[in-house]
Design a protein around this ligand. Structure first.
Ligand SMILES: *[C@@H]1O[C@H](CO)[C@@H](O)[C@H](O)[C@H]1NC(C)=O
Ligand SMILES: *[C@@H]1O[C@H](CO)[C@@H](O)[C@H](O)[C@H]1NC(C)=O
Ligand SMILES: *[C@@H]1O[C@H](CO)[C@@H](O)[C@H](O)[C@H]1NC(C)=O
Ligand SMILES: *[C@@H]1O[C@H](CO)[C@@H](O)[C@H](O)[C@H]1NC(C)=O
Length: 280
């Protein structure tokens, strides 16, 4: 069965400051875009316009890269996705069973995923219209501990997110019915796209500030030069606390009915503590 693989490197130029490649100029670019390029662009930019996002520009360098990545398919009996393990670009791929599928149909299928996207979760910088003017005390306490630790290493403060706090609250809630408190299982929930710090306190009277102090205290086990934790110690909580690319924070606590332990969960958007990256 003839199958065609179409791959498109999501055009990263508009966000190039993130990767430090400002306004790539491609001197070999022909004056008029080829038809397929126009078709890919049109479908992307129509979808973007619908949500008020600036259009992408075509990049001949990215198209060259995509072309190199799909070429290998020609010698395969059974088409499969290109194996792209390390890339600084965004990558979308699609396997069409039918060779006659036009670029616009392929992008239509991508755009169609819109119906499965819940904008309530997963968007950095979202505005929460229901946010009260004054933050609740516990929110202020979570924020203060995080932002003091961030300020000490020159990282900008997090903002409180009511959506993330709601998510954290949903995640801790099952503790109320547990005899023995345990960490929430984030896998398979819609919250696994965020950074998640959890801690269990044996004593439900432990002050929030003490719990936050314990989180920040992991700093002593973090060696910035090696970007690693002291052997036999953990420092992932601290690294997430000071992760520069994280912008928003939302947290919640619940106490187990059985052993009286207390679970604290903080969600971070975007998440951090990625292997091989320095937090700041
Ligand atoms: C993709 O490539 C990486 C690095 O070469 C390799 O470790 C991995 O097993 C490959 N994955 C697949 C699905 O072939
Ligand atoms: C967490 O949830 C996932 C998905 O439901 C499940 O596969 C996994 O076994 C669970 N892990 C634990 C430790 O319960
Ligand atoms: C803290 O958050 C980071 C990022 O999500 C994660 O890698 C780390 O495992 C978390 N630590 C705990 C104890 O939850
Ligand atoms: C951190 O790691 C570096 C490089 O291995 C080492 O020279 C330094 O002593 C370590 N710092 C601490 C506080 O352990």
């Amino acid at each position: 069965m003839a199958k065609v693989l179409l791959a498109l490197l999501a055009l990263a130029i508009c966000h190039s400051s993130f990767y430090g490649v400002a306004h790539l100029v491609d001197s070999r670019a022909p004056a008029v875009l080829p038809n397929d390029a126009k078709e890919y662009l049109k479908a992307h930019n129509q979808a973007r316009a619908k949500v008020g996002v600036d259009p992408l520009k075509w990049s001949y360098s990215l198209a060259n890269g995509a072309s190199w990545l799909v070429r290998r398919q020609r010698n395969l009996n059974v088409c499969n996705f290109a194996n792209i393990t390390v890339t600084k670009y965004g990558v979308n791929q699609l396997l069409a069973g039918d060779r006659s599928m036009a670029p616009s149909n392929v992008v239509d299928a991508w755009v169609d995923e819109k119906k499965y996207y819940n904008p309530f979760y997963g968007v950095a910088h979202r505005v929460d219209y229901r946010a009260p003017a004054v933050l609740p005390n516990d929110a202020q306490e979570y924020l203060k501990a995080h932002n003091q630790a961030r300020a000490k290493v020159g990282v900008s403060p997090l903002k409180w997110s009511y959506s993330l706090a709601k998510g954290a609250s949903w995640l801790v809630r099952p503790q109320r019915n547990l005899n023995v408190c345990k960490f929430a299982n984030i896998t398979g929930t819609e919250y696994n796209i965020y950074g998640t710090n959890q801690s269990l306190a044996g004593d439900s009277t432990m002050a929030l500030s003490d719990i936050m102090d314990a989180w920040v205290d992991e700093k002593k086990y973090y060696n910035y030069t090696r970007n690693s934790c002291t052997p036999n110690h953990k420092c992932g909580v601290y690294k997430q606390v000071v992760w520069r690319k994280s912008l928003e924070l939302g947290c919640a606590q619940a106490t187990c009915s059985g052993d009286g332990g207390r679970l604290t969960i903080s969600l971070y958007n975007p998440g951090g503590n990625y292997k091989g990256q320095w937090p700041y």
